[in-house]
Design a protein around this ligand. Structure first.
Ligand SMILES: Cc1cc2nc3c(=O)[nH]c(=O)nc-3n(C[C@H](O)[C@H](O)[C@H](O)COP(=O)(O)O)c2cc1C
Length: 150
């Protein structure tokens, strides 16, 4: 299976997540590429069987760059499967719920593809580190995704 991972990352958390996913998928024998969203076009990944997106939360939302990438992909037509991963700070009573994953999914409206999994991982502070046990959470998420893919 051809797997492409597209990540956006300012402080390295989503880059680490993308690397972890790449290593796990390589071990399973898949053909895997990981790209920074700033260095790849939707056309370059449109031939993948599974597309994984990893993005941080900014102002309780999905960053503009990843949303626009997803919208372009949907507009061009993509018929494979999607898995979405987002990072955010832990909930506080002061802030509304982060809509990062929902916004990523909404940006895919109209695409012929199917979202086969969504995962939120927590970041302990603005720049990380990621929550304890994030690798295990990601591994069990990936197992579920692999069960769902066509
Ligand atoms: C400029 C900035 C704004 C952020 N805004 C939010 C936010 O509104 N809500 C939230 O839950 N986390 C917020 N975070 C936390 C990030 O989503 C989180 O730390 C993420 O893991 C960073 O990922 P990265 O290292 O891949 O950039 C913010 C982080 C930064 C640096």
């Amino acid at each position: 299976m051809r797997v492409s991972i597209v990540f956006q990352s300012t402080h390295g958390n989503n880059r680490s997540i993308a690397n972890h996913i790449r290593n796990a998928m390589v071990l399973l024998g898949h053909d895997v590429e990981a790209h920074n969203v700033h260095d790849v076009t939707p056309q370059e990944v449109a031939g993948s069987d599974l597309l994984v997106f990893c993005a941080p939360t900014h102002i309780q939302r999905a960053p503009r760059k990843i949303r626009s990438f997803l919208r372009k992909l949907a507009k061009n037509g993509f018929y494979g499967d999607f898995a979405l991963v987002a990072t955010r700070l832990p909930d506080t009573p002061r802030l509304p719920r982060a809509r990062t994953l929902d916004m990523m999914e909404e940006s895919l409206d109209g695409s012929g593809g199917r979202v086969v999994g969504k995962l939120e991982l927590l970041s302990e502070d603005m720049r990380g580190p990621l929550e304890e046990g994030w690798e295990e959470k990601l591994d069990s998420f990936l197992a579920g995704v692999m069960f769902e893919v066509r």
